[in-house]
Ligand binder design. Sequence first.
Ligand code: PBG
Length: 324
Amino acid sequence: MGYPLHRLSRLRKNERLRRMIGETRISIDDLIMPYFIITGKKAIEPIESMPGICRISIDNLIKETKEVEQLGIPAILLFGIPEKKDALGSQAYVKDGIVQRAVREVKKEIPALTIITDVCLCSYTVHGHCGIVKDGEIDNDSTIELLARTALSHAQAGADIVAPSAMMDGQVKTIRENLDNNGYRKTAIMSYSAKYASSFYGPFREAANSSPQFGDRKLYQMNPANSDEAISEIKLDVEEGADIVMVKPALAYLDIISRVRDEFTVPIAAYNVSGEYAMVKAASQRGWLEEKKIVLEMLTSIKRAGADIIITYWAKEVAKWLKS
Ligand code: PBG
């Protein structure tokens, strides 16, 4: 084995040959497009640190999702930004909350599109934490009850998949039980299982107006230094009933995606988060990087690491690039 008998470059001779022996492909079927939803009519608010992404009202979301549907993107992920916040994040689980209304209206217009809803309290609480605060601390066990109420209200509105992202212990179990007890046995759960306490979420917090007003999220999100712990988190979520597990962020955590692929058979989603988006956008706007090539390379790497599904703010652009 070896040179001169073997020359691996023989199969790199031209584009078609390279495609033929390509081991990884990204497809439109892999993509999920996230949206930030606000109240009002014809509202569209650009997010400074995420060029091209806006907070939009439901009427604009309907227009957007028609395009998403035409492009063949299978699913959208909804984040709600309520008009008012309170200590218990109550706008997260009211029947006519922003996400619940958005889900109902999109389902009515485009029933075939898969709707995934983010289930968390951080955009809905005055302090911006993902759970409710008691005596200065996040109270895990009362938070998961509220997350379960939130998930049920999303399912009742017509969500196909609920996606708990608060990183509270037992959130998947509590949500699964509440859905089942209320007849929503077919609503799936995509759990943000291995979600790290990452600085890559900065632009998102501007978008969702969800920065913690005191402390940080290290008491519930994972330490970026840990890999074994991600396996423990995912194992627990699968046991609790998660249908899809997620690793987040994606790019700095490809080793985690790869390990999870080796150890589990469940579908894996990777979240190509706001900070990953912002970095590439900023550099490409200056002409320092070629956006399309960089994005396709990044998404290919995320799939090569083992992800089945990619949540990305580039979903629409990628779908257009893949079509042309
Ligand atoms: C809510 C949530 C966050 C993201 C998704 N769901 C922010 C956070 O945990 O602070 C981040 C997504 C992104 O950065 O694109 N808990």
